[in-house]
Design a protein around this ligand. Structure first.
Ligand SMILES: Nc1ncnc2c1ncn2[C@@H]1O[C@H](COP(=O)(O)OP(=O)(O)O)[C@@H](O)[C@H]1O
Ligand SMILES: [Mg+2]
Length: 422
């Protein structure tokens, strides 16, 4: 894999900071930029194609000549670029991690490529869930937001195939965002063929077994992610936290799940949410939700029925707002403690504004005032314009023959109204 420092300063002004992590297809770094005394933060993912010298060697052995190797690598880059385009074309989508910029640079003497992608720097659900207990209502909100991102995947007819806590992020506004569409495959082309490096911990049984699968593998994995969030960061059949997890225990837990053992009940989680999780992550794919929309609607109905917990959802959305105020800190650091619950009454009124996404009274009032002011301003401008051009007399002259007709029209209407009232 290429050394990211060879590209410094990135985009002319970004400095590379700590390595945030390394996944199956690249490394992610924290980057910063100083501008007018202000520090901006972002995350940069570097994807090398091929990944290293030995991968290049295998490609050279597989293909007849260098041109074929280059064409193969170029096709991989095109695929990545199509996923980047999808994200860039939806900059206002609240539930996908925004891409700010990217570039492609040739590597390995022109045979391969490095793709560098700059994104919002956020806190992953994996980091957050390992520090904080997540309540049922928060987990339901995570589920709803990820479903919204999956609905976008449906629109593009792709399957994400990598739904896991490391690819789900929290923003300062409390939105949940999905990242890493790079492993996504077009629905039509989806039959089998999961990367050996893919995470098995959240993978649907049919994908694990390399059988034919469809977009329900994403809602399946989301169900398992929700289970993990409610189980102190442990998937189904894992030893309960905080006991350490050996690789044998992990293997055994995954084997039980992908062989169809029913998910163990979650202590302290009410049956409504548990039912949603078990339906999303049903072994038999015909028993699962029909799609992300159906799952999101089930979660929304669950949240709606749980108004007494809603303060947590409201506070959850404000988690990073509080943190944002802490000067000089990286935006990916979260405050350590969840807020206490408050009285259900105040929780309810705030919840209605937030969860139902109805414009509240202040928004409606604000819009009405803006509209009325605009109308008055436009009228004043028209009147001044008429006066300025001395058109008022001319207008009166043209309109005067019609004035009696207009007056009688309004008199008639007024009479009708009076008649109707009496
Ligand atoms: N935009 C981001 N902001 C902060 N951390 C990120 C961002 N994107 C990825 N990361 C973190 O970097 C690490 C490596 O990410 P990645 O290469 O996508 O691998 P994976 O998702 O398989 O863990 C992960 O822990 C991930 O949560
Ligand atoms: Mg990732």
């Amino acid at each position: 894999m290429a050394d990211i420092s060879t590209y410094e300063p990135l985009w002319g002004s970004w400095r590379v900071g700590e390595l945030l992590g390394e996944g199956s297809i690249g490394k992610v770094y924290h980057v910063t930029r100083e501008e007018y005394g202000r520090t901006s933060h972002a995350a940069v993912k570097i994807i090398s194609i091929p990944q290293n010298e030995s991968a290049l060697k295998s490609l050279k052995e597989e293909f007849s000549d260098d041109e074929a190797v280059e064409n193969y690598c170029q096709a991989q880059v095109n695929d990545i670029e199509s996923k980047i385009d999808m994200v860039i074309n939806f900059p206002a989508h609240n539930n996908i991690v925004g891409i700010q910029d990217y570039f492609v640079s040739p590597s390995y003497g022109g045979l391969g490529f490095d793709v560098l992608v700059r994104m919002e720097h956020l806190t992953s659900l994996a980091d957050y869930a390992s520090r904080e207990p997540l309540s049922a209502i928060m987990v339901a909100k995570i589920g709803e937001d990820v479903c919204r991102a999956l609905e976008l995947c449906n629109l593009f007819r792709i399957i994400h195939r990598d739904i896991k806590p490391e690819n789900i992020f929290l923003t300062s506004r409390g939105d949940i965002k999905l990242s890493d569409f790079y492993k996504a495959r077009q629905l039509e082309r989806t039959m089998s063929g999961v990367s050996k490096k893919a995470t098995h911990s959240y993978m649907a049984p049919e994908a694990y077994h390399n059988l034919e699968y469809d977009s329900s593998v994403d809602t399946y994995s989301l169900g398992i992610v929700m289970y993990y969030c409610l189980n102190k960061g442990r998937g189904p059949f894992f030893p309960p936290a905080p006991a350490p997890v050996s690789s044998a225990a992990k293997k055994e837990a995954i084997a039980k799940r992908i062989n169809g053992e029913p998910l163990p009940p979650l202590e302290g989680v009410d049956s409504g949410l548990f039912k949603i999780i078990t339906r999303a992550a049903a072994f038999d794919k015909d028993s699962r939700y029909e799609g992300a929309t159906a799952m999101r609607e089930a979660l929304a109905a669950y949240v709606k029925g749980k108004s007494k917990y809603t303060q947590e959802a409201v506070e959850f959305t404000g988690i990073e707002k509080a943190k944002k105020g802490s000067k000089g800190k990286s935006p990916a650091t979260l405050p350590p403690k969840m807020p206490e619950r408050v009285s259900p009454v105040s929780a309810r009124s705030r919840y209605v504004q937030y969860e139902n996404q109805q414009p509240d009274f202040r928004v409606k009032f604000h819009n009405t005032v803006i509209n009325l002011s605009t109308a008055i301003l436009v009228t004043i401008i028209i009147v001044m314009f008429i006066k300025f051009l001395n058109l008022d007399k001319e207008i009166y002259r043209i309109a005067s023959p019609y004035l009696p007709t207009i007056a009688s029209f309004f008199t008639n209407i007024w009479d009708k109204i009076l008649g109707f009232i009496s």
